[in-house]
Write a protein that binds this ligand. Structure first.
Ligand code: NAD
Length: 483
């Protein structure tokens, strides 16, 4: 018997505040399973959260780094201790398989622990002036109130990689999780509410992007907005924040290429091509959805990918034998089916999958699809689908494969499978994406190094690792003439 989580309140100014409107959160593996009812914040409550975050700034920006470190460490310890329970909640609401759910909560814990230590390392620079006797310092100061808007596909790791550095560097937070997956956001807020933070330093406002998110974006009281989500939403909010003089950072969609050269290890290439695409139901921004193979390996790769995809067990995310969970909701399933029709119509060859599956309980089950005979001008190859669909393209040479890989408006991640050091090094230099992988899937990143893309995939400073400081602080240059 699954527990119904009680998320009927938002967390504002250190209090749990009831709402009049709720979203119903259902398990995509079993639509009869109600994960919980979650409060949708009103405009007034969102405004109160922003004001509370502003009021808490003096106390939190003035708090000692030791206190910040201890609070963040406490959150990390609790997340780690509860990773099985919270991982199950994550899998229930989002549909990723249990091992991935537990892995994601573990990652969230690691992020809090990492930024606990970073709170102690807010370094500056002291440098000699060009004027004799004058001293120059570069300091890094909190930005102020940070609005955090996150997507549904990593409902605890992405909030963690934004909330932890925001707090570590002395900012206060107004956090809006995705309407589709509020459960993990609520659980994280509940932990933060007991962590020792001053009232108002962290606020949770769940609800619709068009209501809660829109106010965060437009409010002059929010000094900086960090957003992860679709390219369309990202584009629409960017100018609003910029025009009112706010700071903005965005991570958005991807259509990442994986080049496979004739000299690649075939088994490894199949692992990367399938493991980085349809696994996780294809619901990762960094998925390698465009596989670009040179002629001698192309056919074996495409056939091997289809054979591997056919073997993958699609089922209930909580069943330990499942390898691919359901699609997150009906809307995303409809999008996937529409793109499958487009791919069929534009002449791609469907080698396997793309079928709705029936399982013990009603859910959004779709078998992973592998397409061959694709070209880079096809709509399903150019646009992000965000489902378990992967396209194989043929390129005559390494140079042609590189050109096809770079021919995309998006540039989040890219990869190459090769045993040639020469091509691996060349690809790392000439790829136009923000992250590059050699003999690895393009999805699957570390948390202590910069994360982010180029072109339309990203905007503003990098996330994660020490790079997060660039967004979550403002630099100040101080000149002193010691008389
Ligand atoms: P989405 O753009 O629909 O929503 C993202 C967030 O923005 C949600 O919290 C939503 O409520 C909010 N929002 C929607 N409209 C808004 C508005 N007008 N003003 C303010 N906020 C608003 O994206 P999604 O469907 O939740 O997530 C999937 C997308 O996220 C995919 O495109 C995926 O590639 C991308 N993504 C990118 C990364 C990355 O790091 N690059 C990581 C994960 C997901």
């Amino acid at each position: 018997m699954n527990m119904v989580q009680s998320g009927k309140s938002n967390y504002i100014a250190g209090e749990w505040v009831d709402a009049n409107d709720f979203s119903e959160n259902r398990n995509p593996s079993n639509l009869g399973d109600l994960v919980g009812l979650y409060a949708r914040a009103s405009i007034e409550q969102t405004q109160q959260a922003i004001e509370a975050a502003k009021a808490a700034l003096p106390e939190w920006t003035g708090a000692s780094p030791q206190l910040r470190a201890e609070i963040l460490e406490r959150v990390g310890i609790e997340l780690m201790a509860r990773r099985d329970e919270l991982g199950e909640l994550l899998s229930r609401e989002e549909g990723k398989i249990l091992s991935e759910g537990v892995g994601e909560v573990t990652r969230a814990a690691q992020l809090f622990k990492f930024y606990a230590q970073e709170a102690l390392r807010v370094e500056g620079l002291a440098i000699a002036s060009i004027r004799p006797g004058v001293r120059v310092e570069v300091r890094h100061e909190p930005v102020g109130v940070v609005g955090i808007i996150t997507p549904w596909n990593f409902p605890i790791a992405i909030p963690a990689w934004k909330i932890a550095p925001a707090l570590a560097y002395g900012n206060t937070v107004v956090f809006k999780p995705a309407d589709l997956t509020p459960g993990c956001g609520w659980a994280l807020a509940e932990i933060l509410s007991r962590s020792g933070l001053p009232a108002g330093a962290f606020n949770l406002v769940m609800g619709r992007g068009s209501v809660v998110g829109d106010l965060i974006v437009r409010s002059a009281g929010v000094n900086a907005v960090t957003f992860t989500g679709s390219e369309a939403t990202g584009r629409s909010i960017r100018t609003i924040v910029a025009e009112r003089g706010g700071k903005i950072q965005q991570e958005m969609g991807g259509k990442s290429p994986l080049v496979v050269l004739d000299d690649a290890n075939l088994e490894n290439a199949i692992d990367c091509a399938i493991g980085g695409s349809v696994v996780s139901t294809g619901q990762r921004c960094t998925s390698n959805t465009r596989i670009i193979a040179t002629p001698a390996i192309h056919d074996a790769l495409a056939e091997g990918m289809a054979a591997r995809a056919r073997q993958l067990v699609v089922g209930n995310a909580l069943d330990p034998t499942t390898q691919i969970g359901p699609v997150v909701d009906q809307k995303q399933l409809d999008t996937n089916l529409r793109y499958l029709d487009v791919a069929d119509d534009e002449g791609a060859q469907r080698l396997c999958g793309g079928e709705i599956l029936e399982r013990e309980h009603p859910g959004f089950y779709l078998s992973p699809a592998v397409y061959a005979d694709c070209t880079n001008d096809m709509v399903h190859v150019r646009e992000e689908i965000f489902g378990p669909v992967v396209s194989v393209l043929k390129a005559g040479s390494y140079e042609e494969a590189l050109a096809v890989a770079n021919d995309s408006p998006l540039g989040l991640s890219s990869g190459i499978c090769t045993t040639s050091l020469k091509y691996a090094e060349d690809f790392k230099s000439r790829s136009t994406s923000g992250m590059v992988f050699v003999n690895l899937p393009t999805a699957g990143v570390d948390y202590h190094v910069p994360f982010g893309g180029r072109k339309a995939s990203s905007y503003g400073p990098r996330e994660q690792g020490r790079a997060a400081r660039d967004f979550f602080t403002n630099s100040k240059t101080a000149y002193t003439n010691p008389l």
